[in-house]
Design a protein around this ligand. Sequence first.
Ligand SMILES: Cc1cc2nc3c(=O)[nH]c(=O)nc-3n(C[C@H](O)[C@H](O)[C@H](O)COP(=O)(O)O)c2cc1C
Length: 208
Amino acid sequence: MPTLLHVDSSPLYGRSVSRELTAAFVTQWKASHPDGRVVDRDLYATAIPPITAELVGAAYTPEEARTPQQKELLLLSDTLIAELEQADEYVIGSPMHNFGVPSVLKLWIDQICRAGRTFSYADGTAKGLLIGKKATFIIATGGVYDAQTQMASFNFVEPYLRSVFGLLGVKDATFLTTGGTIALNSGQDRDAFLAPHLEAVQAHAQTI
Ligand SMILES: Cc1cc2nc3c(=O)[nH]c(=O)nc-3n(C[C@H](O)[C@H](O)[C@H](O)COP(=O)(O)O)c2cc1C
């Protein structure tokens, strides 16, 4: 049974562009995979603590030597990593916040990047351990950061996600970006604005 992991990270819920587009992706994916399973991970509904020295200590202690407290500290990270391991495909929504990913998405990334679990440096080079996964990243930005525009170098969302997931072994990654959402704050019709982006998301979801 194919499994899709659906991750959202916008605080705006009903007004969020990335949430609307990841939902459209999920609807299309379910239609193409009637026997599929979708796991939803809403990062605004998940309390993810920042990294602490204790957590780092626990992660770098060999599994068989961990204390009960260290195992407890790693439980959330273990759960989030298991969701990635058990899914075949990912759809991950990200707004741009201050040119980067929102803080809840960064907190999640800090929990899922674990040496020996999702990547290894065993032979001195980084090797991703999430193998054979397909990821679709759906990004919404207030401004426009297309390549060749003056603002392109300010976009730390796509290059960052591409690098992090590349480290984890997820090389099959598609990025669908909706730029210029600021127009929605000044009277632009939402349905008309979103129509081509919904079409692109649905068309892509049909191919996988
Ligand atoms: C806290 C915050 C910071 C933002 N920073 C940026 C930014 O640096 N650049 C930009 O183009 N848009 C910025 N925006 C606008 C969002 O990227 C835009 O509203 C986008 O649609 C958010 O995705 P969402 O609709 O899924 O929440 C910011 C919005 C918020 C709430």
